[in-house]
Design a protein around this ligand. Structure first.
Ligand SMILES: C[C@](O)(CO)[C@H](O)COP(=O)(O)OP(=O)(O)OC[C@H]1O[C@@H](n2ccc(N)nc2=O)[C@H](O)[C@@H]1O
Ligand SMILES: Nc1ncnc2c1ncn2[C@@H]1O[C@H](COP(=O)(O)OP(=O)(O)OP(=O)(O)O)[C@@H](O)[C@H]1O
Length: 320
């Protein structure tokens, strides 16, 4: 009889931008209380999981050199969390995870979190598990604060440390230009810098979230543009002063408004429409203020299986 090895499963997963990021108090567990509106963007990673005798993680694409392939890779953390949850040995998961990066690494766009979300979805399909999205979201929140949103996708309001989500109505497509910096910023450093700035003074705080939610529902980028805001922006700019120039250059290039994405250093520019985004991207890439630019739109869906062939029979010797 032929043994059946499940075929590899590939999942596409988006990046995120925080359209609004309000950072509250530092909690006793070391996290800050957030009120944030996430939007999933069309910059994606693809994660493939396969049954393998040599378990591990491979990373390909731009920035792959700076991504760990050991147990600290967030995708591997996802393998371990899910294994533990379904009673498999987390130290012996016979799976290989191949990550193709399209999301900038350490750019404030949640690339590592996206890979963790994708791995949860891919592995659940590979192992044909009966786990619901809510269960996966709970595991996702244990891996990192942004991970549940990358499962969810679309546009959502995040509270708690960012892991508690409710969907936000946003039927229209918004067009963005992303300016990628030469080096990344570490998220804990940026939160730490904000604490320092707040201890010394009164850095700007975002306004209420309700008008942002209304502007998203209207689908009008001109209504949303003046409401873009990020409490971490002052901290990212303090650590990377050149971002001030990048933010100005995007608006000079014709964007409606710009904001630092999450913990930065990527700057996200909201544009009138797709054509305007292409024009802004072309002008910004010639302005010498960033490493490179990307055009993206949102909202897009969260982590989704893109290939799942029928199980293929393999000869017994393949298992020896
Ligand atoms: C900046 C954002 O991307 C905005 O969505 C997120 O808040 C960061 O989420 P993340 O990368 O998933 O972060 P985690 O892996 O959960 O936490 C990394 C570190 O960021 C800081 N952190 C993160 C989330 C939060 N609500 N408060 C924090 O202070 C803490 O120092 C934490 O140790
Ligand atoms: N699968 C992964 N992809 C990218 N980085 C990873 C991954 N796993 C672990 N990391 C580590 O996490 C660090 C941050 O990478 P990531 O791309 O997630 O940053 P980020 O986009 O700024 O995150 P966030 O927006 O969630 O704060 C990297 O420098 C890398 O060392």
């Amino acid at each position: 009889m032929l043994a059946v090895v499940p075929p590899p499963v590939s999942v596409r997963v988006p990046a995120k931008v925080n359209v609004h990021l309000g950072v509250g108090d530092l909690r006793e567990d070391g996290y800050h209380e957030l009120g944030t509106v996430f939007q999933a963007l069309s910059l994606t990673d693809e994660v493939t999981v396969a049954v393998a005798d040599e378990p591990g993680v491979e990373v390909h694409g731009e920035g792959a050199d700076s991504v760990p392939t050991g147990p600290s890779n967030l995708a591997w953390r996802a393998v371990q969390e899910l294994s533990r949850h379904v009673g498999r040995d987390p130290e012996e998961p016979k799976v290989r995870v191949v990550i193709r990066k399209g999301i900038p690494v350490a750019g404030g766009m949640a690339g590592g979190s996206a890979d963790a979300a994708a791995t949860l979805v891919a592995l659940a399909a590979l192992w044909r598990l009966e786990v619901g999205r809510d269960e996966l979201a709970t595991l996702a929140g244990r891996i990192g604060s942004d991970v549940p949103f990358l499962l969810h996708g679309g546009t959502a309001l995040g509270t708690g440390r960012g892991e508690l989500l409710v969907p936000v109505l946003s039927r229209h497509t918004f067009h963005w230009v992303l300016a990628l910096d030469r080096r990344g910023l570490a998220t804990p450093d940026v939160y730490g810098e904000l604490d320092r700035l707040r201890a010394d003074g009164d850095p700007p705080r975002v306004g209420p979230v309700e008008p942002v939610i209304e502007a998203l529902a209207s689908g009008d980028p001109r209504k949303l543009a003046p409401l873009l805001g990020n409490d971490l922006q002052a901290a990212s700019v303090s650590l990377r002063p050149g971002l001030r120039r990048t933010l100005r250059a995007g608006v000079s290039a014709g964007a409606l408004a710009g904001v630092v994405s999450g913990s930065g250093p990527t700057c996200a520019f909201l544009c009138e429409d797709g054509d305007a985004a292409l024009r802004v991207a072309a002008e910004l890439s010639g302005a010498g203020v960033c490493r490179t630019v990307r055009v993206a739109h949102g909202p897009v869906p969260g982590a989704r299986v893109v290939t799942e062939d029928a199980p293929r029979p393999v000869p017994p010797e393949a298992h020896a």
